[in-house]
Write a protein that binds this ligand. Sequence first.
Ligand SMILES: Cc1cc2nc3c(=O)[nH]c(=O)nc-3n(C[C@H](O)[C@H](O)[C@H](O)COP(=O)(O)O)c2cc1C
Length: 175
Amino acid sequence: MESLSELMHRRRSHRKYSSEPLTEEQVRQLMQAPLMAPSSKRCTPWEFVLVSDEEKKNALGLSRAANSAFAAQAALVVVVTADTEKTDTWIEDASIAASYLQLQAEEMGLGSCWIHLRNRFTADGEATESYVRRMLGIPEKFGIVCMIAIGEKVEEKRPFDDEKLQWDKLHINQF
Ligand SMILES: Cc1cc2nc3c(=O)[nH]c(=O)nc-3n(C[C@H](O)[C@H](O)[C@H](O)COP(=O)(O)O)c2cc1C
């Protein structure tokens, strides 16, 4: 098994996928990761909507005026939501779970990409969050943090180049 460091080097955003569907076993293995993610006081506020239905994926692809169309080609779109009434750390908790999911996808050789929703709009000017909520019947008290598009990669990407590590972002003892 490759190390976590190797995995983090190799993970890149993939926005092109083959038409191969994921198996039930792949989906199960994928979803174990976010369900293991840490959350504040272990309150596990997240809930995930797994979308593989073609019509719904097409609709999610239209959820933003730009930068979301590739969702329609993904084998699976995982919509990451969290119960805003459970904790004020729901965005952090859900973001960590989404990152775990992306790393798990990479470990399985799958491509994935984060699609942002908050403060984004459809081509018709509807808030992306309310559009996705309406499409998938997500209750109001659940905040929608992101969608993670996942599918079989059609290309390899160059892993992260250590030359690009921004060491100047580190401040020792004082900013
Ligand atoms: C909070 C967040 C929001 C993002 N939103 C989008 C998005 O809406 N659409 C998209 O194509 N990529 C999105 N991305 C992916 C980034 O563009 C990508 O991670 C970044 O360009 C670095 O490339 P890499 O993932 O290949 O290393 C998002 C990533 C993060 C962490």
